[in-house]
Design a protein around this ligand. Structure first.
Ligand code: 5AD
Ligand code: SF4
Length: 450
């Protein structure tokens, strides 16, 4: 059923516009798409500028930045819009909504509603009530008991899309706010995921990325683990390519390597394996559940069973108490593992987390220096690593065509962005491309017939 909420207030019947600004991880990007889909069902059409919106949602992130501050300043920018459009309602969702709950309404008076990470599917109801009763709303309770059943709702899934398989996290790394903002870990059922992927295939999707805070602790209610899920999706659906992120080193096992090795033609040889630090004492204080040696052993296992694998990682510099020597262990680990891509961050204390209370916090300057050093070290190793692709023939799934340049681009199975000459007829096709020139982040090549 479609309704036009503002009708209840006797306001105009024209189409309503919704604008969502998104911060943070892929999970949030995916949640934003879900919000648009849910709101479209109740007559809100996506608009690309806040000026054209009757509903603005800030899908926030609290993993690293100064989140409340950001919400404040963004909402502040909409002050005049509220004056000129009496229908305009503004809400905050995502991790800041979950973390701050009703405090956010008092801190930011222009806000009309706040909803948490478990309340996304309640959005149509929230919005309806906001318009009908003109009352502020907070919905930020975790639904610990309800099974995690959602259908992938994508307005326009395209060639490659994301599929949530787990939500929440039970790991409680001492620096991380996610267990508090996303709640306890829960997995979707295997059968539901197979159905979901099949229906995406019917809609023309060629590649799915399985998404979760810790995908390899996935456990279906029938007892199937992540490796089983991967194998079932690879063998029982017609999806062409499967990727996944993020995997936790402590849960990365031989079985997962075996499944990747058995299904090489479908499961891409790219693994994001966040290490966070190269020093075992720091890792213990982070509560990561592995030592430097255990991590390196897993990397060796992966490299042996998934030849040509491309690895990326997350690293935090300046964790409380991190000494210069301990930081140097992180630098040396970078060289030892040979990550092709690095995501690195300065430690920032997060509410509710244990590490925020650790006494030996480092100065901003120390953290910045270490971050610069780390990126400089990575720059040294990333270029030679990219160069190895020159002369290789990679399988590229074409996603985009640029009319002006006459070039297309897409990702190789190693998750490298590859540019080469071609027409729009290639979109959605997997083609062989010989790499002619490698740059640290992208590759250039020419199409070859095999
Ligand atoms: N400070 C800095 N980086 C953090 N991350 C998570 N929490 C923090 C924090 N408090 C980083 C980790 C994680 C990535 C998603 O964000 O590296 O893997
Ligand atoms: Fe955060 Fe650790 Fe869970 Fe990742 S595994 S989401 S870093 S608590």
């Amino acid at each position: 059923m479609q309704e036009n909420f503002t009708d209840n207030n006797n306001e105009s019947k024209e189409n309503l516009g919704v604008y969502i600004s998104t911060y943070g991880c892929q999970m949030n990007v995916n949640d934003t798409d879900r919000m648009y889909s849910l709101l479209e069902m109740v007559n809100f059409n996506p608009v690309s500028r806040p000026e054209d919106a009757d509903l603005i949602i800030i899908n926030s992130c609290s993993v690293r930045e100064k989140p409340v501050h950001k919400v404040h300043s963004e909402v502040g920018r909409y002050k005049n819009l509220k004056k000129s459009n009496s229908k305009l309602r503004i809400g905050v969702g995502g991790c800041v909504g979950q973390q701050e709950k009703k405090n956010l309404l008092s801190d930011v008076p222009l806000l009309d509603f706040v909803f948490g990470t478990d309340a996304i599917d309640e959005l149509p109801d929230i919005v309806e009530k906001i318009y009908r009763n003109d009352q502020k709303i907070v919905r930020a309770r975790f639904e610990h008991q309800k099974p995690y059943q959602i259908q992938t709702l994508n307005r326009n899934p395209g060639i490659s899309t994301f599929v949530n398989i787990t939500k929440g996290c039970d790991n409680f790394c001492t620096f991380c706010v996610v267990p508090f903002t996303r709640g306890r870990e829960r997995s979707r059922s295997l059968n539901e995921l197979v159905k979901d992927v099949n229906s995406l295939v019917q809609r023309g999707v060629k590649e799915v990325t399985l998404l979760g805070q810790n995908v390899n602790s996935y456990k279906s209610e029938c007892g199937a683990h992540f490796s089983k899920l991967l194998e079932v999706l690879a063998q029982d659906t017609d999806i062409e390519r499967i990727r996944y992120t993020t995997s936790h080193p402590k849960d990365f096992d031989q079985e997962l390597c075996d499944v990747m090795a058995r299904n090489r033609e479908k499961i891409c040889e790219y693994i994001h394996l966040p290490v966070q630090s190269g020093n075992s004492e720091v890792l213990a204080r982070m509560n990561r559940g592995y030592s430097r040696k255990e991590y390196l052993d897993k990397v060796l296992m992966i490299k042996n069973f998934v030849p040509g694998v491309s690895l990326s990682t997350d690293i935090i510099v300046g964790f409380p108490g991190e000494t210069e020597e301990q930081f140097e262990d992180t630098l040396s680990l970078l060289e030892e593992v040979e990550y092709e891509t690095l995501f690195a961050f300065k430690y920032s204390p997060r509410p509710f987390t244990k590490a925020a209370k650790f006494e030996d916090q480092l100065s901003e300057q120390q953290k910045s220096e270490r971050l610069n050093q780390l990126f400089a070290k990575h720059d040294e190793i990333a270029f030679p690593l990219a160069k190895k692709y020159e002369g290789q023939i990679l399988k590229v799934l074409v996603e985009k065509h640029n009319l002006e340049t006459g070039k297309v681009n897409g990702r190789s199975t190693q998750n490298k962005l590859v540019h080469f000459s071609g027409g729009s007829d290639l979109i959605g096709k997997t083609v062989s491309v010989e790499i002619t020139e490698a740059f640290p982040q992208t590759l250039r090549g020419k199409r070859v017939e095999l």
